[in-house]
Design a protein around this ligand. Structure first.
Ligand code: SF4
Length: 376
């Protein structure tokens, strides 16, 4: 298995991460929303202080790439002016809350604001530890990484559920955040954090001091580009877009919601026509996932996106191909129908597996539609 570095923390705006194309600066918009003015400002900042490449993350964050040591300080000043900054690294890293992009009404906004405030004084938890607020009649964040979840029960009441638990306990608007913090404190006190890392799923084994009996709401179908009741949902190849595209989106809707599916919900907007946008649910580019790869990631052993782009038209509908630049598998940590995991010699072919396993290795040029035909 190839070696890769485990950082154990997530980059932020105040604590950027070094990459092959400069610093990666991760911004966490409050409520995962950008006003049109913020989106335009962010697009300008990406061009002025970075290389203009913007990644959307699986936690509904926005990453600017290609920032330098020199450009970081003026970038932070601009982000602060846009209302996109936290006061310090701790506040930034603990404000790890994913919200259903389809929320309507006040409950979600109220709980998100209260939780964000409370986290400033919550227990110190690993930066990957996060919260989900998913209050619709069907759950949309089930596949999103969240350790503590505020959800709707099948019967409609609010529940608090630990990730991995079959059910949750009833809470109210008043008790939801205090109980979520109590669960976080229990996680820390019961040995959930080891060497700065730890996640809820797998930690509890039926021994939690929380009710787990209330069944959560059913799962929604996977989100896909197209029209939704709230507006147009648009995707991007590999969840990445140029700053110029973000500026274009800012002219289409007053509010842009960043989703954990690396798509953007244009609130109240009709489906746009734009060459850089994926607007159809059957677009083959949605069937491939590829991390940044070489040369932008220093750990990458191969170029990933050229291969993924070439293979996308041959991936059958309903199947998922993951091309990973190393064994870490950042872009798709769970198993895919076929994972191509980079090695120094080429790509290991790993059907129904995650990156980093052992399998036959082929050079990129030898991986063809026939290869996919046999493996998928
Ligand atoms: S999986 Fe891709 S992005 Fe993640 S460390 Fe490896 S090469 Fe870099």
């Amino acid at each position: 298995m190839a070696e890769f570095a485990i950082k154990g923390w997530c980059p932020g705006a105040l604590r950027p991460m070094e990459s092959g194309d400069g610093w990666v600066v991760r911004i966490r918009p409050r409520l995962a929303e950008l006003t049109a003015a913020q989106a335009l400002g962010l697009a300008k900042a990406a061009l002025a202080y970075g290389n203009g490449v913007i990644d959307l993350t699986a936690r509904a964050n926005v990453q600017l790439r290609g920032v330098t040591q020199v450009s970081h300080k003026p970038l932070i000043a601009d982000l602060d002016d846009l209302g996109l900054m936290d006061s310090d690294v701790r506040a930034e890293s603990q404000r790890n809350v994913v919200i259903s992009p389809f929320w309507q009404g006040d409950e979600t906004a109220v709980l998100a604001a209260e939780l964000t405030q409370a986290l400033r004084h919550g227990p110190d938890l690993p930066s990957k530890f996060g919260y989900g607020i998913d209050l619709g009649p069907q759950r949309v964040l089930a596949d999103t990484s969240c350790d503590i979840r505020l959800e709707r029960a099948a019967t409609g009441e609010l529940i608090l559920r630990a990730d991995g638990a079959a059910g949750g306990q009833a809470v109210t608007l008043d008790t939801a955040v205090p109980e979520a913090l109590r669960m976080a404190a229990w996680f820390a006190a019961s040995g959930g954090v080891m060497q700065g890392r730890g996640r809820m799923a797998g930690h509890h084994k039926g021994d939690m001091p929380f009710d787990t009996s209330i069944v959560p709401a059913p799962l929604a179908c996977a989100a896909a580009p197209g029209m939704t009741p709230q507006g147009a949902l648009v995707g991007f190849e590999f969840g990445s877009l140029r700053a110029e595209v973000l500026a274009d989106l800012a002219s289409l809707a007053p509010l842009l919601r960043i989703t954990p599916w690396r798509m953007v919900l244009l609130l109240g907007a009709a489906l746009p026509t734009h060459p850089a946008l994926i607007t159809a649910s059957d677009d083959p580019r949605l069937r491939v996932v590829a991390c940044t790869g070489a040369p932008a990631c220093p750990q990458a052993l191969q170029d990933t996106r050229a291969l993924a782009r070439r293979l996308a038209p041959f991936v059958p509908q309903g199947k998922r191909l993951h091309v990973s630049g190393c064994a870490k598998g950042c872009a798709h940590p769970s198993p895919a129908d076929l994972t191509l995991s980079a090695t120094p010699q080429g790509f290991a072919l790993l059907p129904k597996a995650r990156a980093g396993g052992l399998g036959p290795v082929l050079a990129p040029q030898d991986i063809t539609f026939e290869t996919l035909g046999k493996a998928l």
